[in-house]
Design a protein around this ligand. Sequence first.
Ligand SMILES: Cc1cc2nc3c(=O)[nH]c(=O)nc-3n(C[C@H](O)[C@H](O)[C@H](O)COP(=O)(O)OP(=O)(O)OC[C@H]3O[C@@H](n4cnc5c(N)ncnc54)[C@H](O)[C@@H]3O)c2cc1C
Length: 295
Amino acid sequence: MNEVLDMLYISGCDVFPKEPMKYHTSIKIGGKVTALVYPNTIESFKNAVNILRKYEKPFKIKGMGTNLLVSDDNLSFFVLSTERLTGIDVSGEVITTESGVPLKRLIEIAAKNSLSGMEELFGIPGSVGGAVFMNAGAYGREIKDVLLWAEVFDGEKVEKLSAKELGLEYRGSNVGDRIILRAAFEFKKSYKDRIIFHMKEILKKRLDKQPIYEWSAGSLFKRPKPDFYVGSTLEKLGFKGYKVGCVKISEKHAGFMINEGCGTFEDAMKLIEIVKSKVRENYNVELEPEVVIWR
Ligand SMILES: Cc1cc2nc3c(=O)[nH]c(=O)nc-3n(C[C@H](O)[C@H](O)[C@H](O)COP(=O)(O)OP(=O)(O)OC[C@H]3O[C@@H](n4cnc5c(N)ncnc54)[C@H](O)[C@@H]3O)c2cc1C
């Protein structure tokens, strides 16, 4: 094992063996992984992937951990974080970023350059890579509406793919085990003041409706059909404030699951099952978690 850690370290990564994932996810749940690895450049990221593949070590990719629910067990896989990949380039109406750039920073830089197109997404926590992988969206706008291309690495080759080729759809894509290294977004010139005003409006809406300062992983479930709103459905079913152990459905927005502090993966999974079964019973609808579950 030390040989693999050494190889990763020598290839330009910072390596943290047995790192608890609860310190790296917004819901603050998650056990120790084999090692949390931070490649410092795109090149070292590719090297790290090659090393782990060569030694047949399983690994997963993490952006900012805002959509992850991770088991409390000791987990026998590596995690490669994109958080050190923060390069950004503005060229005319196109902004190209490395995948670890926070989405919020990308939209702020767009605004500074009087570029409009992603204001509705302002306030979604997480990285550009995570946003492309999930086709993140809010207030009628999704990543697929503005993505020009993403550069994807499959362990052998790097390909530049369009939103269509990446299969971006409501909170999903066909990226699978591949890694998003960079992405380019197309904007339109507009008035800076108008863009900033719009961004602030969006943040106010989020603050009013969402439990922004609590420990969550965002919306717990995907909308199963366009006119089926999970938050209001769970509210009608009386789930606001419903608790299993230290994990509960938010009182502010029933679409969010909150860790009150001592929440466990087991609490969270139990709560998910209880909600799913009640919705199935009452509406004959099968809910699918939007959060990505690692175990
Ligand atoms: C308070 C709150 C509000 C939220 N509001 C919204 C919202 O309005 N709309 C919305 O869509 N989401 C929302 N989310 C969910 C989340 O912020 C988004 O899904 C975000 O895009 C995830 O990015 P991340 O970097 O944190 O990804 P992670 O949580 O780190 O990863 C999520 C998935 O993406 C994969 N992944 C990440 N980076 C890469 C990469 N470079 N290459 C390949 N795979 C990768 C991971 O393997 C994992 O499967 C919210 C979350 C919170 C906590």
